[in-house]
Structure formats: structure tokens, C-alpha cells
Ligand binder design. Sequence first.
Ligand SMILES: NC(=O)C1=CN([C@@H]2O[C@H](COP(=O)(O)OP(=O)(O)OC[C@H]3O[C@@H](n4cnc5c(N)ncnc54)[C@H](O)[C@@H]3O)[C@@H](O)[C@H]2O)C=CC1
Ligand SMILES: CC(C)CC(=O)C(=O)O
Ligand SMILES: [Mg+2]
Length: 357
Amino acid sequence: MAKKHILIVPGDGIGQEVTTVGKQVLDRIAEKFGHEFTYDEALIGHVAIEATGDPLPEETLVKMRASDAILFGAVGHPKYDNDPSAKVRPEQGLLKMRKELGLYANLRPIKLFDELLEASSIKPEILKGSDILFFRELTGDVYFGKRERLDDGNTAYDTMIYSKYEVERIARKAFEAARTRSKKLMSVDKANVLESSRLWREVIQKIAPEYPDVEVEHQFIDAAAMLLIKDPRRFDVVVTGNLFGDILTDEASQIAGSMGMLASASVGDSTGVYEPIHGSAHDITGKGVANPLASVLSAALLLDISFGLKAEADAIIAAVDKVLKDGFRTRDIANSETPADKILGTDAMGAELLKHL
Ligand SMILES: NC(=O)C1=CN([C@@H]2O[C@H](COP(=O)(O)OP(=O)(O)OC[C@H]3O[C@@H](n4cnc5c(N)ncnc54)[C@H](O)[C@@H]3O)[C@@H](O)[C@H]2O)C=CC1
Ligand SMILES: CC(C)CC(=O)C(=O)O
Ligand SMILES: [Mg+2]
């Protein structure tokens, strides 16, 4: 029996809607497997700015540090997206959380459920059998480098910056993972142009001999973006920087069928944060149509990685598989042949899942 304290941080937009389902699933797992999970909730992003003026209030950080794991939703609000001059922004809360908790490794599994082969815009024969694990570096790069406006606001710069130790620690995680999979690692950079990428490649080349059983391939980000759609099965474990990983994994969501299907684990020095790769999705917020499966699959990663509860995580994945096999879809993964009575909203999809847990 595991006794654990989980912090739910829904954030903004559909973050609120999908973490409700993620928590229901954790509750059901605790009941079914005899664990004791206690919960607390905390503010981040736009809702935190509204309540306190700060996108990551100190109270939230304290609760984060005191928890065994965190189920996170998303941040973001159109008010800031359309106002480039806003100084305080929801996304600052997310970046600060990652830095403060030392969450330098963001694991993004691209898991394609067989039933969703037709949900992708990529041909099924190209897709079938795709299974990728991205290691996106999460606390460095251009998101954390110096940025500034110059010339009375007419010029701006952001700094893409990496130190060797930052590359080495994420690379080692990726090499270790490659050892447990097909022993292939692709490192993605832009070393033909960027000095920070040349440092990235140098570090990968330096530590590669320590993993002689792992075959390393280097790709430039532009070619990798193309190959991902042309031949997704060529990819297995991928390690890349913060910006390239952010972009490539949104692209990779089309392999899994939708942004609403991709979970992630942000881990490193302290409490792990488990979060969908998607954002707060203003276009569907409040409509009750968001796909909750990315949050549900994030809950599965939480159980597996932070609590070592593999059977429980597998039970969640099996339940997702079952509802998809039964033909149920949220709007984002439905197609023109999906019967209307099989297209479910967020809560109904959650209820259907719970029947199999
Ligand atoms: N981790 C985070 O908190 C992230 C926050 N953001 C923020 O989110 C806001 C919206 O950004 P966007 O560029 O629109 O990215 P987004 O990921 O929120 O949405 C992109 C598209 O995918 C769809 N989508 C996303 N999640 C879905 C789900 N669960 N079910 C069904 N459809 C889903 C949306 O409807 C939209 O059409 C912005 O303020 C942005 O800064 C963006 C990405 C990550
Ligand atoms: C808002 C960004 C900083 C976050 C993002 O797009 C992501 O983590 O995928
Ligand atoms: Mg992103």
C-alpha cells in the first residue's frame, strides 16, 4: 500500500477541465489497488495572476515542494497572447516552476494506439508501429537565456545558451533509456549554424563511447522535422534541446492523432511534474470537448515514474485502449465515420474510462 500526497495544479483554460478527469482516475486507482492518495490544489498561470498578481505564487511553490508528485494542467490566456507588451505572463509561472524544481528532463512518449491509426493525417502504412520517446531538455536554451529590448524597443534578442553539464545530464538519461529500448539514439541540433548546438553535439560525441551498445545518429532540426512525418518509424529515442523539443513534439502529436493524446513527465532534481504537452487551448475552453486522455496518460506516468506503480499505470493505459477499441472518441480524434453517439465530451470520456478501472 502506497501513501502519497499529490498536488493538482490545473492552471488555465482546458487545464482545469482535463485535470479533473486525471484526478478521478488517480482516485479510482487508489481505491482499486488499496493505496492512500491525499490531494491538495494550487494556482499557477493566469488564475494565479488574477488572484495574487504572481504567475507562480510562493504558496504554490511551497505546496509543490511538499508533495510527492504534481499533476499539472496548462497555462495561458488570450489576453496575454494578444498583448506582446504584457510584462507579467502566465507562461512565466510554468518556466519558473521548471527551473525552481530542477525539472531538466521532459519525457514525451509518442504512443500511437492502434485504434487511432485513422485519426492521423499521416497514411496508416507510414505510421503503423511508430513508438518514440523524446527527451526534451527543459531548463535551459533560449527560454532561459538573456533577453532584452534595445533601441527604444525597436530591436530585441533572446539568447540560446547551453552549458556542457546541462547537455550531459539529459543525454545520459536518453542513453540509459535507449539501452532499454532499441539501442538507438537520435540527437537533434542545428550544429551547422549554432555554437550552442556545436557544444551540444560535442557533449553527445564525448559521452557516446560510454554507451557502446547504443547507436547514435545526429540530425539537424530542419531535417528531423521532415523525417518525422516522412518516416516516423525511423525514430526511437530522441534527445534535443528545449526549443527544438517543444516544436518537434507538437509535430509528433500528429503521429498519435492529436495534441489531446500526448502526456509528459518533467523530472530532475525534485518532485516530478506530469503534464499534457498541450496548452490551455483557448479555442475550446469551456466547451466541454477537450480530450482528457493526455492528462489521464500523464497520471499513468506519474504512478509509474514517481511512485514505481507500474501495474497501476498499465491498468490506466489498458482502460484507454479499451475505450478506444469500443469506438469512443473525443472530437479531436473522431473522423467523418465516427457515429455521433460515440463522440464524447471531456466528462463523458472520463466516465467511460472509469468503467474499465
Ligand atoms: N504547457 C503549457 O501550459 C502550454 C501552454 N501554452 C499556452 O496555451 C495557450 C494556447 O496555445 P496554443 O498555441 O493554441 O496551443 P494548444 O496546445 O493550447 O492548442 C493547440 C491546438 O490543439 C488543440 N488541443 C490542445 N489540447 C487539446 C485537447 N486536450 N483536446 C482537444 N484539442 C486540443 C487546441 O484546441 C488547438 O486547436 C497559449 O496561451 C500558450 O502560451 C501552449 C503550450 C503549452
Ligand atoms: C508555454 C511554453 C513555455 C510551454 C510549452 O509550449 C511546452 O512546454 O510545451
Ligand atoms: Mg509546447
